[in-house]
Design a protein around this ligand. Structure first.
Ligand code: BJW
Ligand code: ZN
Length: 230
């Protein structure tokens, strides 16, 4: 059997499939990835824009940058890859993406490891979270701390409840479909190692070869391959 036919057979027979996605999943919806040549980090310094240190140094610039990305994300539509994933109602979707395109495509169970552009939260961690509707630099109504996007920056912990759910879903899964991620950002990328350790079959769909040496690797556009797989 060819790799794609074997991968399709694994997914067809899966009782507890999970997907693990990154920015490449939303690339065909017009949202830039991070580390491709035309990616976000090609022109923006991640330490300035996506770390607590960057926010402390220049909160106005960071908030303005996130507001621009929110606009891009709200104008984007799910692509064929999102729709193919969402069509599998028994699949748990673990994503590093901060857009809501899996949900827009109809996905039922989505775990956002790196948060969501749709929310702001208190940077003092008092627990206050609100929909991202107030523009500009705002203060927390509960404690007066600075409000910031509810995303996970470098050096910050992932939301512990979501992380635990994701680890359990991967360990319990029979198949893990890895889509559009460079798999270099930890601890998220460690989920692939969890799958390996727990005997979950792994299928990787990525535009560039990742050569992870695990399972089946299909190289190409997620929007072309996923509709054939699912
Ligand atoms: C397609 C396609 C198409 C394109 N079809 N494919 C040294 C070693 C190990 C770890 C570290 C280290 N130094 C620092 C760390 C830790 C750090 C880390 O992992 N850094 C690495 C970069 C080295 N991690 C952290 O800091 C994390 N926290 C942490 O570790 O806490 C521990 C701790 C804290 C405090 C005390 C003690 C311990 C937090 C990581 C947070 C990441 N945040 C970001 C920003 C989110 C908000 C925002 O969006 O602004 O998350 S960074 C960015 O990278 C974003 C992504 O979710 C994440 C992953 O990127 P992703 O999705 O994989 O995108 P790309 O661009 O990298 O890849 C896209 C792929 O798609 C490419 O391969 C393309 O080819 C492909 N593709 N089009 C199919 N159509
Ligand atoms: Zn607060």
């Amino acid at each position: 059997m060819t790799d794609i036919r074997t991968a399709r057979a694994w997914l067809t027979g899966a009782a507890r499939p999970v997907s693990f996605s990154g920015a490449g999943l939303s690339a065909e919806s017009g949202i830039a990835t991070f580390r491709d040549p035309d990616g976000v980090w090609a022109t923006v310094d991640p330490v300035r824009m996506a770390s607590p240190e960057g926010f402390a140094a220049d909160p106005e610039t960071v908030v303005a940058w996130y507001n621009a990305r929110r606009d891009a994300s709200r104008n984007a539509r799910p692509n064929r890859a999102h729709r193919a994933l969402a069509s599998r109602h028994n699949m748990t979707h673990i994503t590093q993406n901060v857009d809501g395109l899996l949900e827009s495509a109809g996905a039922l169970r989505v775990l956002h490891l790196h948060g969501s552009l749709d929310r702001d939260r208190c940077h003092r961690d008092c627990g206050h979270v609100e929909p991202a509707t107030r523009r500009g630099l705002n203060t927390c109504p509960d404690c007066g701390g600075a409000m910031r996007p509810d995303v996970v920056w470098f050096g910050e912990m992932l939301p512990m409840d979501i992380w635990t759910e994701a680890e359990i879903a991967v360990a319990d899964a029979d198949v893990m479909l890895v889509v559009g991620t460079s798999a270099i950002v930890y601890p998220a990328a460690g989920l692939i190692e969890t799958a390996q350790r727990t005997g979950t079959r792994i299928i990787v769909v990525n535009q560039e070869p990742l050569d992870l040496g695990v399972g089946i690797e299909l190289v190409g556009q997620a929007g072309e391959i996923l509709p054939e797989l699912l």
